[in-house]
Design a protein around this ligand. Structure first.
Ligand SMILES: O=C(O)C1=C[C@@H](OP(=O)(O)O)[C@@H](O)[C@H](O)C1
Ligand SMILES: C=C(OP(=O)(O)O)C(=O)O
Length: 432
C-alpha cells in the first residue's frame, strides 16, 4: 500500500463498539520472559504485529520454541540459563523494545550474539543500554563507538556485577535492560528513574518469582536462579492503540465509541488524564485485573476540548501518544504547550519534526520546540497529502486528523503493521 486515503468522518461521527489488539509492551515481555522459564506458557491476545513478531523470531533464533496455535501462542523455554547461540545474525526489525530488552537478557550469556535492524532502528541510540550494561561487566560492541547497530554481545564467562544506576532519561527500555541483566549478576542491581516509566517488566518479573522491590522510581532486583512462569498470560488491549480512537471520538462531532478490554495500568494512562483535563468525556467501567495488569472498558463521546499544558513529569506516561495528542490539540480551542518530550526525537522517526512537518500540511497551528510543541488550536484541518515518515504512530495520528477534518492522503501508510495491522479497517468500520 503506497498511499492510503482517509475520508472525513462527516457529520455522524464515529460510532460503535471495538476491541483493540493486545498490548505491545506486554506482548514483547510475555514471550521474552516465558522463554527464560522451563515450563510451557500459553499466551492469549498476543499482539501479532511486526514488532512483537521480531521478538518471537529473536527468541526462536536463541533456541526457544514458540508455536502459534491460532487463538494463542505457546512458549517453551529451556530455563534462565538455557538460551543457545543463534546460527546467524538476529534481525530486530523496527523494534527498539526487542533490541534493548534482548541486550539486557544477553549481556550475561556465555555465547556470542550479533544484531541488525531496519534503517530506522539503525539510527536509534543504543549507548543508553550498552553503557550501563558495560559497567555491569558486559562486553558489547557496536558501530559509532558502541552506540549504533550492528551490535555484537561478546561471550561472558563470569557473572555480571550488580550496579546502582541513576538513569539519565525516563525509559522503560533502559530500565528493563538493566533489571534483566541484574538477574544474571553477582549482587543486587538498583535502578533509579527521573520519572516513573511503564512498569510491565517489574510486574511480570515479580509474577515470575523474581526478587524485586520497588518504591515509586527506585527498583532493586536480586540475582535469580530460576524464573517460574504462570501457565497462562492474557495480554490486555493496548491503550496506545486505543488512543487513536479515544482522540478521534473526542474530536469528531457526533461520536460515541465503546472500547472494550483496554489496559489501564497507571504508568500508561497519561493520555486519559490529559484528554480529561482538556474537557474530554471518557467513562471508565468494568475495571478488573488480567494477568497482573488492570483492564477496563472506555466509553468516549464527542466533547468540546480546550488547550492544556503537558510537562516532563507526565511524558513517560504518554510518550507514544504525543503525535495523536497533537491532533487533539489542533482541534481544541486555545493553546497547548508540550515540554520535556525530547525523547520523541529518538523514536522510529524524529517525531517532533515529523509532527510539525506532516501535520503542518494539514494545519498552520504547530510550532516546533527543541523539547516539544506549541499548538494554537481551534482552526481545524485542511485536506492534503502527507507522509508517515515510515513511522506507525505518525501514520495513525495523521489518519485521525484526516477523519476529524477534511480527509487526508498518507504516503507509506502500511507501517501501521508495526503495532496495529487492523487500524485502518477499524477506523473505516466506525465511520460507517
Ligand atoms: O518498554 C517498552 O515497551 C516501551 C518503552 C517506550 O520506549 P522508551 O523506553 O525508549 O521510552 C515506548 O516508547 C515504546 O513504545 C515501548
Ligand atoms: C517507540 C516505539 O516502539 P519501539 O521503541 O519498541 O520501537 C513505539 O511503538 O512507538
Amino acid at each position: 500500500m503506497a498511499t492510503k486515503e482517509i475520508q472525513a468522518a462527516g457529520s455522524t461521527g464515529l460510532r460503535g463498539q471495538i476491541t483493540v489488539p493486545g498490548d505491545k509492551s506486554v506482548s514483547h515481555r510475555s514471550v521474552m520472559f516465558s522463554g527464560l522459564c522451563d515450563t510451557p506458557v500459553k499466551i492469549t491476545n498476543f499482539l501479532r504485529a511486526q514488532d512483537c513478531l521480531s521478538t518471537v523470531k529473536c527468541m526462536q533464533a536463541l533456541g526457544v520454541k514458540v508455536e502459534d496455535r491460532g487463538d494463542h501462542l505457546v512458549v517453551c523455554g529451556n530455563g534462565l540459563h538455557g538460551l543457545k547461540e543463534a546460527e546467524g545474525i538476529i534481525d530486530a526489525g523496527n523494534s527498539g523494545t526487542t533490541l534493548r530488552l534482548m541486550l539486557g537478557i544477553l549481556a550475561g550469556q556465555k555465547f556470542l550474539t550479533t544484531f541488525t535492524g531496519d534503517a530506522s532502528l539503525s539510527r536509534r541510540p543504543m549507548g543508553r543500554v550498552i553503557n550501563p550494561l558495560s559497567s555491569m561487566g558486559a562486553r558489547i560492541v557496536g558501530r559509532k563507538n558502541n552506540s549504533l547497530l550492528p551490535i555484537t554481545v561478546v561471550p561472558q564467562q563470569d557473572l555480571l556485577h550488580g550496579i546502582t544506576y541513576d538513569m539519565p532519561m525516563a525509559s522503560a527500555q533502559v530500565k528493563s535492560a538493566v533489571l534483566l541483566a541484574g538477574l544474571y549478576a553477582d549482587r543486587p542491581t538498583e535502578v533509579i528513574e527521573p520519572y516513573p516509566s511503564r512498569d510491565h517488566t517489574e510486574r511480570m518479573l515479580r509474577a515470575f518469582g523474581a526478587d524485586l522491590d520497588k518504591s515509586v522510581n527506585h527498583i532493586k532486583i536480586r540475582p535469580a536462579k530460576k524464573l517460574n512462569a504462570p501457565e497462562c498470560i492474557n495480554v490486555p488491549g493496548d491503550v496506545s492503540s486505543a488512543a487513536y480512537f479515544i482522540v478521534a471520538a473526542s474530536i469528531i462531532k457526533g461520536s460515541d465509541v465503546l472500547i472494550k478490554n483496554v489496559g489501564i495500568n497507571e504508568t500508561r494512562t497519561g493520555i486519559i488524564d490529559v484528554l480529561r483535563n482538556m474537557g474530554a468525556d471518557i467513562e471508565i467501567s468494568n475495571e478488573h485485573d488480567v494477568s497482573g495488569e488492570p483492564v477496563a472498558d472506555l466509553h468516549v463521546r464527542y466533547a468540546k476540548l480546550h488547550g492544556t499544558e503537558i510537562k516532563a513529569d507526565i511524558i513517560p506516561r504518554l510518550i507514544d501518544e504525543i503525535p495523536v495528542i497533537a491532533a487533539a490539540a489542533v482541534a481544541a480551542e486555545g493553546v497547548t504547550v508540550i515540554s520535556g518530550a525530547q525523547e520523541l526525537r529518538v523514536k522510529e522517526s524524529d517525531r517532533i519534526k515529523a509532527i510539525c512537518h506532516e501535520f503542518g500540511r494539514l494545519t498552520d497551528a504547530l510550532t516546533e520546540k527543541e523539547d516539544g510543541l506549541i499548538i494554537k488550536g481551534g482552526s481545524g484541518f485542511r485536506i492534503a497529502k502527507c507522509d508517515s515518515c515510515n513511522d506507525h504512530r505518525i501514520a495513525m495520528s495523521l489518519a485521525v486528523a484526516g477523519a476529524a477534518g477534511s480527509g487526508v492522503f498518507i504516503d507509506n501508510a502500511d507501517c501501521v503493521e508495526i503495532s496495529y495491522p487492523e487500524f485502518y479497517s477499524t477506523l473505516e468500520m466506525l465511520e460507517k
